[in-house]
Design a protein around this ligand. Structure first.
Ligand code: 3HC
Length: 343
């Protein structure tokens, strides 16, 4: 394990590189060695530290896709705010959808620390040059879908994202701590909602089962393609951006969900799902990867609707951004915030 001195070297080199001194070939090799040593020692890489261009690009790609998923994910759930069956459910759902917007903000801010601004990332989302999670290209057809999203989609997100709290890049890792805490509440509210439906009338139980039937397989796809088709996993794991492979996390999620489904008295729609004594894990049936890649290409049931709605929201929000900028400019010019009273 590297010592604190190794990290000091990495930081010193990093800050030297920011003094405008052109790094030569030897310098770059030294920076790389120091960066590798810091990552090997489980030390955090911070925005002003030297980092390989490919590391920076990978982080921007992943964080942007993650941020986009948070804000696009607001749509399928917001679809049910006006039709929530009680004031309590409505208040909970509104808070959850607002949380997702907040997660998007933390993540766009984390990407900004890598030198890529929010405007640029949003433009890439709106023009189809960056992805968002496949899961949000599916429709929310009934109220039970709100429960299934909470239980399964937020559950899958937590399984994937808790290890990201130990990501090698500091700002992303720290953003994930708060996001995961909030996602845990989201998962529990989904579970509780489904439990209420499952214990309700036969029609309510059937509605809950139907939602689980539709959301189960897309939730497993959230973890990304199988390891042997995952283009980025090996490098991202070597850099300790990702801590586990897509298949490892998917398996962990299946093992968590099976007993929870039993408690909910709901069935997971997979005839091949069974405990494997030898592996100490559940076996599960084949995932339809053709459907996954098709959704990524933009052919999912709601891809077009999601992007159209996102562009509209962005355009309609232009006046808010302008007003906020004008207010901030006025505020800083007049010295407000430094104890000067506003007229
Ligand atoms: N949806 C859309 N695209 C996906 C995907 C999915 N479920 N899974 C993988 N992909 C894309 C990758 O982005 C990559 O595309 P690119 O090369 O064009 O960028 C390609 O498929 C190959 O996949 P890899 O496995 O090689 O990609 P990664 O190593 O980046 O792993 C990942 C994919 C596991 C999704 C990883 O990026 C990750 O852990 N991201 C952070 C978590 C995240 O993005 N979560 C979004 C979930 S939704 C959410 O959190 C909202 C909450 O409210 C529920």
């Amino acid at each position: 394990m590297a010592t604190a001195a190794t990290h000091q070297t990495a930081r010193t080199l990093a800050h030297d590189s920011q003094d405008g001194t052109q790094a030569g070939v030897d310098d770059t090799a030294a920076y790389e060695r120091a960066f590798d040593a810091a990552v090997a020692a489980d030390e955090r890489v911070e925005p002003r530290d030297w980092m390989p261009d490919a590391y920076r690009a990978t982080l921007v790609r992943q964080i942007a896709q993650h941020a986009h998923s948070e804000i696009i994910g607001m749509q399928p759930e917001a679809n049910w705010i006006t039709r929530a069956p009680s004031l309590r459910r409505k208040a909970i759902l509104m808070a959850k959808v607002q949380d997702e917007a907040g997660h998007g903000l933390y993540l766009y801010s984390a990407a900004e620390t890598l030198g890529t601004g929010r405007e640029e990332l949003l433009d890439k989302l709106h023009t189809g040059r960056q992805k968002y999670s496949s899961i949000f290209s599916y429709p929310t057809l009934t109220w039970a879908d709100v429960g299934a999203i909470g239980w399964l989609v937020d559950g899958a997100a937590i399984t994937n994202q808790v290890p990201l709290c130990r990501c090698s890049y500091g700002p992303y890792a720290r953003a994930m701590v708060r996001i995961c805490k909030e996602e845990s509440f989201h998962q529990r509210q989904g579970y509780e909602l489904l439990l209420a439906l499952s214990r309700g009338t036969p029609a309510q139980h059937a509605m809950a089962q139907d939602a689980v039937d539709r959301w189960w397989w897309p939730s497993l796809m959230m973890f990304g393609p199988p390891d042997d088709e995952s283009a980025h996993s090996a490098q991202s794991m070597a850099w300790k951006i990702k801590r586990h492979s897509n298949d490892e996390l998917r398996q962990r999620f299946v093992d968590i969900c099976v007993p929870q489904a039993e408690s909910l008295d709901l069935t997971l729609p997979d005839p091949d799902l069974r405990w494997n004594e030898e592996r100490g894990q559940h076996d599960f049936g084949p995932i339809d990867w053709t459907e996954f890649w098709d959704v990524l290409k933009g052919n999912g049931p709601c891809n077009e609707q999601r992007i159209t709605q996102r562009r509209r929201a962005h355009d309609e929000g232009a006046w808010v951004r302008e007003a906020a900028s004008a207010y901030a400019a006025k505020h800083s010019a007049s010295g407000a915030g430094r104890g000067v009273e506003q007229a």
